[in-house]
Design a protein around this ligand. Sequence first.
Ligand code: NDP
Length: 297
Amino acid sequence: MTAQIIDGKAFAATLREKIAQHISRLKQDHGVTPGLAVVLVGEDPASQVYVRSKGKQTVEVGMNSYEHKLPADTTEAGLLALIHQLNTDPAVHGILVQLPLPAHLDEALVINAIDPTKDVDGFHISNVGLLATGQKAMVPCTPLGCLMMLREYCGSLSGLNAVVIGRSNIVGKPMAQLLLRDSCTVTVVHSRTRNLPEIVSSADIVVAAVGRPLFVPGEWIKPGATVIDVGINRIEQGDGTTRLVGDVDYDTAKEVAGAITPVPGGVGPMTIACLLANTVTACCRTHSLSEPNGLTA
Ligand code: NDP
């Protein structure tokens, strides 16, 4: 068996198209333009790339993009003052503080200072609680993108065995909550789990968010399972160059799985598309307008 390839790039392009159409309706019918503010503290090169890409895609779908680049030695009080200003700015519907923050800044304090209705990353403690209790939340972008692809490829997820590898607050835990909400039987495994291969091999759905290159071999995968690889790892090749690989050994897993996301081109493109989707959702909720179908969980 060779797996169907889940093309995250194409999926994200279709989602962005849908978002752009909805934004043009929001402008035309209600005179509202969604706005996304991205805050970057310091000069971490990877974060700079992400922020540039987010800003570009925000504008491409027709939203307003507000970038705030602060020096690495910004004080906590200075950052909190900016967040307060964005919280009260009616042109800003979504606020994203790019992580990681420099070590002297308290990430939890900063994230929890964001107005939860503008928390398009879904990391605010209120949104975490809303998601966990099955209420209307802002849903973290990466798991939201994974869920959208799973629904598309599996149809109903009800009753399926799902194994999430990793229990981080940004991927593993919210992913498990979303799968539970869709009535999967969910197992979360982590670095202390015993008999991990056996648990993974019972899964109809595997979501790997480990941060270890090629961690999941094809022999752990149940034939026909759907495999979502969240990992982004850069590995050295023999010739001195590097390449990106996921947490799943794609070459062996694709021979067993029913469907699988590649790295790159799988989950990655969906994450930014879901950030845009969350900003539209936040804008609709702020203005008490109906939310478009298919943009959230
Ligand atoms: P974290 O490092 O926060 O979490 C990794 C998780 O994997 C932890 O729960 C850890 O367990 C678990 N783990 C580590 N080693 C093992 C092991 N040997 N066996 C079982 N479980 C293990 O990572 P993130 O969740 O933030 O990210 C995971 C991956 O996803 C990374 O490669 C990251 O780059 C990528 N990523 C990709 C995104 C995208 O847009 N595509 C977005 C976000 C992340 P424990 O808790 O016990 O330590």
